[in-house]
Design a protein around this ligand. Sequence first.
Ligand code: PMP
Length: 397
Amino acid sequence: YFQRRRRERIASAQARLRPSDSRPIELRSDDVLNGVVGLIGNTPLIRIASLSDALGVEILGKAEFLNPGGSVKDRVAVQIIDDAERRGVLRPHEGYRIFEGTSGSTGISVAMVARARGYDATIIVPDDMAKEKLHALVTLGADVEQVRPASIVNKKQYVNIARERALAFAPALPGADTQLQSEMTPVVHGFFADQFENKSNYDAHFSGTGPELWRQTNGDVRAFVSGAGTGGTIAGVGRFLKSKREDIVVCLADCEGSGLYNKIKHGVMYDHREKEGTKRRHQVDTVVEGIGLNRMTKNLELALPIIDDAVRVTDPEAVAMARYLVKHDGLFVGSSSACNLVACVRLARKMGWRNGERIVTVMCDSGARHYSKFWNDEYLQKEGIPVDVGLVEKMLE
Ligand code: PMP
């Protein structure tokens, strides 16, 4: 009986591999969706009244915090898993375990989609990440391994540990009869999701977020603003929008400690910490979680040729923007969204736009993911980061 049940489960899982099943094409759907994965993507775009009215420029934010896993990264997780299933390196309900190293939301999305699709997940995280993200990972049934934060060039850095753990498991052989294999002996296969180097990340945005934004604005969009953590969003959305209209300005929002602004402006990812000779090189030291980079990744490589401009955003500015949006719009966003919105204001001012030009950006996650750090005034005070909404008011004067 159990063997039969198992075969039925596998057959139904395999029948599900058609990607259109999991993500409806329509922006709104009255259809019954296919489980939690069916809720991913097709997020609404909202006008941010306080900023738009003050600037005379339409500031539009894509509400990615409405994804079921709470962030834009749900799109990436489902694309990585769909693509791997299509290549035959992941098969549902056959003892596959997905590994990822992440301080951001990707772990939560991978854990959630893994559960929905019949996989186990191990997420390696730095031990200083916001507690609410850790709780979400554990609640979603992931095995969580906390390690000391370290530079990416260090073997003990969480991304490197995740890769190593995945490789230590029996690799999946494309085309091998793993069903038969695992019926005879319990074989566990490892799969490294690898959001930084895996091009499925870019594809999720090129085939999802980008086209959605294009449809939602009817092509009436002057600029796209985004931070980069892996580079997937800015590369995928940026390239899609440019393929439609070459003159759309793609602008990077860069946070403190990140080398990307320098890379765009001066061609080198010069890291001031490296110059000062401290051990923290290659780490992005900011209260803004999820964005900032000091090294090249495959996803970022795809973005570099299409980024037209870059704007630097300080921690106090991002903190101020988040408070400003709650005060004026009742909009409770996370740190990278706040950083993106500061950059939207800067870009509008810099370009001298004031005739209703439309700038679109991504609101990656909600403030609820950030109570213990970015949204904790006591914590910020200890870190020496002022909380002063006046900074945004000045920016808008
Ligand atoms: N915001 C948040 C909250 C994130 O977790 C991430 C991903 N690390 C980003 C923004 C950046 O997106 P991307 O990785 O596509 O550059």
